[in-house]
Design a protein around this ligand. Sequence first.
Ligand code: GDR
Length: 331
Amino acid sequence: MKRALVTGITGQDGRYLSELLASKGYQVFGLIHGQANPKARMVMEENPGLELVEGDLRDLPSLIAAVEQVQPDEIYNLGAISFVQLSFKQAELTAEITGLGVLRMLEAVRIVGGTDNNPMRFYQASSSEMFGKVRETPQTEKTPFHPRSPYGVAKVFGHDTIVNYRESYDLHASSGILFNHESERRGLEFVTRKITNSLARIKLGLQEGISLGNLDSARDWGFAGDYVEAMWMMLQQESPDDYVIATGETHTIREFLEVAFRIAGYDSWESFVTHDSRFDRPAEVDLLLGDSSKARAKLGWKPKVNFEELVLRMYEADLAEETDQLKRGRR
Ligand code: GDR
């Protein structure tokens, strides 16, 4: 039975990935910090075979102990402060966890090691935010980075550290440069879920409108469930490498609003949306569009859920959830 250690197990991707790995027969271990982490119970209920291990990406000894205890075949480093806007307010903490956390995990792997015949394989969650003020469109593995937030800067540090450890110590360490990936499990602070959840509440008469920031930025949005498959595929390769994971389609926030409101049965969205400068960012990433030809050719990966289907499934899940809460008198 293969053993996988996943950091960020309570996040959207950690939850999809642990289900995928369990379905493939892995014993999955989730790194978790904090004694009374409220999300621990949720992930245990979703994935009863999961085992939780104490550890904190800020604390190398705890990571060494976790890797030593679990002896994983594969490590997926998904743990991060992942909300770009928050990273402007907590820049140092973001560098500490999203950036240095990668270095610490790699050090733990290097120190504990695997056997020569079975070295531990490492996946790093790199991000399209690294492209920031994009130098070319579409973006590929070769496009230079120009991050626009403390989060993006920290991810570039993590990404470069993966390359350096791969070259220095011959580690089987791969990076997935994942473009935005969403689902009904997305946190409510991210724009897609904020829109679908607010829209469901508007439909049920629980909310009047939505306050948003910049509507003109464009993102290459895919479905998170498809993207965790790419993570696993990368670690099944003979050699480690970096891969862009994206749909190859880009849409503005406006277009997301248009599709979502149309699905919900409205003719237009404009009268429901107001601008709130609190959601504007000091520096913005205007346009992301990924070219995932390498992953498609080498891994045989391709996205299964398209943009419209993604918006629909998120809206329907939010409508069902809000309706249920309403019936139970919780709204
Ligand atoms: P992003 O995702 O920053 O691309 O990073 P997010 O959904 O937060 O923002 C997308 C775009 O929407 C604009 N926007 C708003 N964003 C939020 N959150 N709230 C608003 O009210 C709002 N109004 C407009 C933003 O300015 C931005 O242009 C995500 C994260 O998951 C990262 O961790 C990950 O690495 C990248 O995707 C790929």
